[in-house]
Write a protein that binds this ligand. Structure first.
Ligand code: CDP
Length: 785
């Protein structure tokens, strides 16, 4: 290390080390893994949403040359594997034994010598289906005469899953009784899909001689999956090794255990050969973890001066055929309780009901912290409508009700303790950057001419970093994460982390945390993840928890290693440890800075010249149990023009001010924000997984389910404020999902703001031009009547 070389720790936009292999096409994804003797699996899926299966005849498929086996539910049942537990303490069919419950459900699997034979053989399986009435809405599901979907549950005579509530009902009702004004909004956050570019897949390799099961898997949470696998398959946990190699995106879609993983593993166990299963695009869209599908009613109680006094929310969740939300056990609708958002709302009550329908299960946290996206959308839409009702500016009503900086730590009415925030600071920056006052003047002039021009704001608060073990667990497993650090004699290090990158750049940013704490340059720290045999235990990457939890573990293990390094440095410099000070990789004697040893000197000494009585080596492990969650926030401001003749809307400006505390790598943070804003735009403008009356999934391919391309995506202008988290060792909060959480409301608010003179108060997402045009026509027709 040159004496003058700056350590590229926190705040440095270090280039992503992982990009080198990705841009050369040298990534190693699950489908790149090829093992000797490997077989291929294809899955037969139900064309019906709801149908009894009277029989399956696989003889023609079995006879096709190259087919090795056909696996049915009956065979899985013989091994007690026809059903598996979900992450929400429900059960889910692995392969059907009685009836299919959603279109695309797994009915049988073919194992063959090559993937094309496996696929061809699916057409030779004869299934005798007897169609049943499908249930495609949660409203219908809860009607007394609705067909019962979960007939597999002996005591189940309806489609009701849960009722759940949080907050104080009595106090909230009292606030509403005393309110000057009550504003309400009924809205539907539609079913959408994370749609990672790499679909799900695995290669299961169970060695018949040793019983060792090695499974390459597209998993965001390999450790948790290993434990679940051990429980489901009854295999000893130490004989299961899950390897998640490079992942082509996840966004929550790669958290659950899918039937394909279980069937491939069972097939490998039975056949004694590796079995590969790679999902096709349509399979991914119709059968794997969807997101949202929340019907929401929000009501806000206010004083005439715009002070918010109460918030009442009721939710109806469409959970699909199996309740499979991947979320902390205690929270039935995830962290929806954050619904009061950035506002000092003293009285809040949320009630939620979940229902089974004939749709794919999931309820995954698509780039979001367990339903915080729905919550943020509801409050930010409601606030804008409240501003209209009170004839206030949407920025002013927010400013008036924000939790003030001096109120932190702030206890919310639903039990969260917000760590830090400066909401007005972020709002002011966004307003200034977009030129809010000028835009409002321009809007006035445009309205006078009958042009539709709108400005939308969203001042969201997020809640990420689940979480403290007493409150946060998945299937009983504490939501804590580990980091293991070993510094080698030449001063280079290996950091092993429990979380799993899917494109977020952990190999770069986590090395920067070590750099900050130990003074080893980030390129000299190799970051390893995604292999349960070689990394410490932890619950994985989703809900922007990597930096808040495993990032904190990384800082703490670096500090633990530094403590030992201080002792070695004192030994080398022949002074007491108390006389040593550390800065940027250098241990020097207080008052005599020329007496110095570098971290590299110390690392060598740890293996060659350490004090008597000390163990050799320089390494440590740390499991971090966060004292609290972190609460990133920001304000997004959008200006749109709407064409009254077509309903088409175009984003003229989009300013996003984010505060995620201390930024480890500002460039990576901005990349995360660009990605999230694009996904938020997709949800607001074009994405929808819907179903027809027969339960057919409309949205099973990328011509029906649209991903925004560079052509449609608006240009983003970013701003940043920095309010460190007081309890995180490096003051960082998560950021990956903030833009997906916060931006849909900003886009929709802008379109609604454009249509406000017509009296339009809501259009449910996605705001396709057809829907916007219809809303304009309906408003005009109403005006004429
Ligand atoms: O859990 P996930 O990695 O998806 O989300 P995250 O913790 O928000 O981190 C996304 C990426 O941004 C990671 O590479 C983080 O280390 C980086 N990040 C950062 O540089 N500074 C922050 N304050 C937060 C995240």
């Amino acid at each position: 290390m040159a004496d003058t070389e700056e350590i590229r720790g926190l705040g440095h936009s270090v280039r992503r080390v992982e990009d080198d292999r990705f841009i050369r096409g040298r990534g190693n994804y699950v489908d790149d893994v090829k093992l000797p003797g490997m077989l291929h699996m294809a899955i037969l899926r139900s064309p019906y949403a709801h149908a009894t299966i009277n029989g399956i005849d696989a003889s023609r498929a079995q006879a096709l040359p190259g087919v090795v086996a056909v696996v049915t539910g009956e065979l899985m049942a013989q091994h007690n594997l026809a059903w598996m537990p979900t992450m929400s303490y429900d059960t889910q069919a692995v392969l059907v034994t009685d009836k299919v419950r959603f279109q695309g459900q797994e009915v049988a699997a073919v194992i063959a010598e090559d993937p094309y034979i496996a696929k061809d053989a699916l057409e030779l399986i004869d299934v005798d289906y007897e169609p049943l009435e499908p249930v495609v809405t949660p409203q219908r599901a809860l009607e007394a005469d609705a067909p019962v979907i979960r007939t597999d549950k002996e005591d189940k005579a309806d489609n009701h899953i849960y009722d759940w509530e949080t907050g104080d009902k009595e106090a909230t009702d009292a606030a509403f009784a005393a309110a000057d004004k009550v504003v309400s909004l009924d809205t539907f956050y539609p079913r959408c899909h994370p749609a990672p570019l790499e679909t799900c897949g695995c290669i299961a390799d169970v060695d018949p001689a040793t019983g060792q099961a090695t499974i390459w898997m597209t998993s965001q949470a390999p450790h948790a999956i290993r434990t679940v696998f051990a429980m489901v398959a009854g295999l000893p946990e130490e004989k299961i090794r899950i390897i998640s190699p490079d992942l082509g995106g996840g966004f929550g879609n790669k958290v659950p255990v899918y039937p394909g993983y279980v069937v491939a593993t069972a097939a490998s166990l039975l056949l004694g050969r590796p079995v590969k299963w790679i999902e096709e695009r349509s399979e991914n869209l119709i059968s794997t973890g969807f997101a949202r599908d929340f019907h929401m009613r929000g009501e806000m109680a206010l004083k005439d001066d715009g002070t918010m006094t109460g918030l009442r929310v009721s939710l109806l969740a469409d959970e699909g055929a199996f309740h499979a939300d991947a979320q902390p056990s205690k929270f039935k609708v995830g962290l929806f309780g954050i619904v009061s958002g950035s506002y000092d709302l003293p009285n809040v009550h949320v009630s939620a009901t979940g229902a089974y329908t004939n749709k794919a299960p999931g309820g995954v946290a698509y780039r979001c912290s367990f339903r915080v996206t729905e919550a943020s959308y509801l409050i930010e839409r409601l606030v804008q409508n409240a501003a209209y009702e009170l004839d206030m500016d949407p920025a002013e009503i927010r400013r008036k009700n924000f939790i003030k900086p001096e109120q932190f730590p702030y206890s919310s009415a639903t039990g969260f303790v917000y760590d830090s925030g400066d909401y007005e600071g972020a709002l002011n920056m966004a307003l200034e950057q977009i030129g809010y006052a000028d835009l409002r003047r321009e809007q006035e002039a445009a309205r006078a001419e009958g042009t539709l021009f709108g400005i939308g704001l969203a001042s969201f608060t997020e809640v990420v970093g689940a979480g403290p073990h007493k409150e946060y667990d998945i299937l009983g497993l504490a939501m804590n994460d580990g980091a293991e650090l070993r510094v080698h004699p030449t001063g280079k290090a290996i950091l092993k982390i429990s979380v799993q990158t899917q494109g977020q750049g952990h190999e770069t940013t986590f090395a920067q945390i070590v750099a900050e704490e130990l003074g080893i340059q980030p390129e000299e720290v190799k970051v390893m993840h995604g292999d349960t045999d070689n990394t410490p235990y932890g619950l994985g990457t989703y809900a922007s928890r990597s930096t808040p939890v495993s990032g904190a573990a990384t800082a703490m293990v670096s500090r633990r290693v530094r403590e030992k390094a201080m002792k070695i440095a004192a030994h080398l410099l022949e002074v007491s440890e108390d006389d040593i000070e550390f800065s940027a990789g250098k241990f020097s004697v207080k008052g005599a800075p020329e007496n110095v040893k570098t971290i590299q000197d110390v690392a060598l000494a740890a293996y060659t010249n350490f004090p008597d009585g000390m163990e050799a080596g320089l390494e440590g492990v740390y499991y971090y149990d966060p004292p609290n969650l972190t609460f990133p926030f920001g304000t997004y401001a959008v200006a749109v023009e709407v064409d009254p003749d077509t309903g088409e809307w175009k984003v003229r400006r989009m300013v996003a001010v984010d505060d995620c505390g201390v930024r480890i790598n500002p460039m990576i943070v901005e990349g995360q924000i660009h990605g999230g804003l694009t996904e938020g735009y997709g949800i607001a403008a074009m994405q929808l997984i819907t179903f027809d009356d027969n339960g057919n999934c409309i949205g099973s391919n990328f011509t029906d389910y649209l991903l925004p391309t560079a052509w449609e995506t608006p240009r983003f202008e970013l701003g940043a404020t920095v309010t460190p988290s007081p309890h995180h060792p490096i003051g960082a909060k998560g950021v990956g999902e903030s833009p997906t959480v916060g931006s849909p409301a900003a886009y929709v608010n802008a379109v609604i703001d454009a249509l406000q003179p017509l009296g339009v108060t809501n259009i449910d997402m996605p705001l396709t031009s057809g829907k916007v045009w219809q809303a304009i026509q309906a408003a005009k027709a109403k005006a004429v009547v």
